[in-house]
Design a protein. Sequence first.
Length: 750
Amino acid sequence: MLFLVLGYAANVVAQPNNPVAHPDAVVTAGKARFTVLTPEMIRIQYSERERFEDRATFAVVNRRLPVPQFTKEERNGYLYIKTNTLTLKYKIGGKIRGESGELSGESSDQVLRIDMQLNGRPVVWYPGKDDALNLKGTTRTLDGQIGDNKRREMENGLLSRAGWAVIDESPLTRRGDGSTTFAFEGEQDGIEWVAQPVDKEAIDWYFMGYGHAYKKALGDYIKIAGRQPMPPLYVLGYWYSKYQRYTSDEFMEIVNDVKRNQIPMDVMIFDMDWHTQGWTGWTWDSTAIADPVGLIEWMHHNGLKVSLNLHPADGVDDDEDFFQELRNDMGLPTTAKVVPWNLSDKKFYHNMFGRIIRAREQQGVDFWWIDWQQNLTSKYVDGLGETFWCNHVFYNDMRLNRPNHRPLIFHRWGGLGSHRYPIGFSGDSFTTYGTLAWQPYFTATASNVCFGYWGHDLGGHQQTGDNDPEIYLRWMQYGVFTPIFRTHATNWPGIERRIWKYDNFPLLLETVKLRYALMPYIYTACRQAYDTGVSLCRPLYYEWPEQNESYLYEDEYLFGDDILVAPVVSPSGADGKATRKTWLPEGRWYDVCRGEVKEGNRVFTDSYAQPEIPYFYRAGSIIVNNPPMLNLNTRPDRLIVKVVPGADGQTSLYEDEGDTEAYKNGEYTTTTMRHQGSTLTIEPRQGRFKGMPQKRAYTVEFLGTERPQAVSINGTKCSNGVWNYDAQRRLTTVYVPITECSQSIKVELK
């Protein structure tokens, strides 16, 4: 049985990327070159000019891995490279091409092939072979999503039921948005800059033959592609957002209503109407927000971070703040009416960000929402994706110019490599049950390209008809178990996203409270994603790759290691309940709705009233919760530890400062918790970070128990005031007093 035991070690320091592979890993055969990166991953290059790319590219930034054991030999005109997993066979002098078909009288598999095993069966790959069993990755946007109409736009991912996948970094290969990859070379103000490939006609593939070891494939991918950075802790809280022209008074009224109704919240979005008229804008609309600095300071005083929406494609017009200065910086004539948007130009980046972006950040803006829509590729560099390049520049600009905080942007998917720039904005979907039903699949599947932080418009973006409290509730219940918990909708005045305006507000509020309760578990899973490449939301086939049901039940997914979520995505019937069919994988699972342990490896049907969310704890897991709280700015001095029955198990609670890069340099703590039988042990905390708590109390909840005869803490029998038993819920609760975090705690039921 698998539990979350994170492989942390004190003082772990992030290693710098090096795109040049170790010479011992490289085998050159004329116009072909092969680099053995891992036993399961081989880079394949072919250049008629014999010019091979050694710089970082958009998807791959590090090739300096430990050299795996392999052999090479030439025999009968062929080069053979063998690892303990793969056998590559290349006809020396043969031309490698991407498409299938005849090559000078020879088929593709006669020029190049790789043999491997999948579950004891032989598998052969050759150039041009169709990866029909690819498990997909993600797509740039859900604009216009209704039902699963975006399925056909899903790009291929890193995993396949066929057992192999290919990353194609060839310069002429088109990405999902029509752009191509480029190299990085040089820099501007510390940011790695775009550069043309050394041979635009070259082949550049990364063959990944990991079989169904999906998590291993992702772990090795982040070694070459870079890790998923941890987002700031506050990003995981509740965001209020709506495309609407709010005035300062209306923004403050929303916040006051939130406080009055005791709703936890951490982020306030200012959509595009913060600026003057038009899609693109950089200047505050003073008729709506007369004192932006004062408003942002007020938001900060109330514990909220602020993000502004940008559509930068139209550049800077002559009615914008700083226009004349920027026009002069760029050397444009005084007759120019616009400074064009050209982020591939180093000079434009330096001046645009120095003048305008920095000015708004100095006013208190915490991060940018890059709602790019107008152009897919650059007008100035053929094939350069505007989405990817905006993500790269904006993210790294914040990394360099706001060093005391974690860099963060809210943006669309720009192709492989985008996982290095969290987080994602999925776009403008329609409010239908079919749309909701497909989003669990879409979100979990994005983990197949390590894009683990999609944020959706909870409730849907566009709707027809009146507001439906039930579909909003079901969307929010699903949202609890997604990476980003953000409500949003378009500017139609009839769409309401203020949860306190709904008749079922108490139920909507419970979703927000549950999200905040789960935050220690969620944040620990975010660290796991950084370390392993396995995202917070992931498909069931990561754990059960040989179970066909894990591919078929695509609206179920794992949320971290120990929670399986099967959200309600259909309306209630006449009895007020919604029915859904759920597959539970092998093992035992604690049904949170029903308060009982269920045996896995079966399908069952159940009906759920509107307050109920179908989710399941893995038997034996330990789920750490926060006590009730209103934002994530303060660290609670008490944690709730839920001990799940059905097996023994353990977990490791991860903590750090929450909004600095120090975690990359080993500044964090872990607290291991184990339970065996009816005994929970909380081990002494390991590691350190600035501001970490020295003492902490715990509320330990033993789920699904009979009434104990006695309870002890560290061997001392407890009085009834220190523990209680709820017979209806079959719940034993033990209150552990404030204890030094450096001490061990043992709670035992007898």
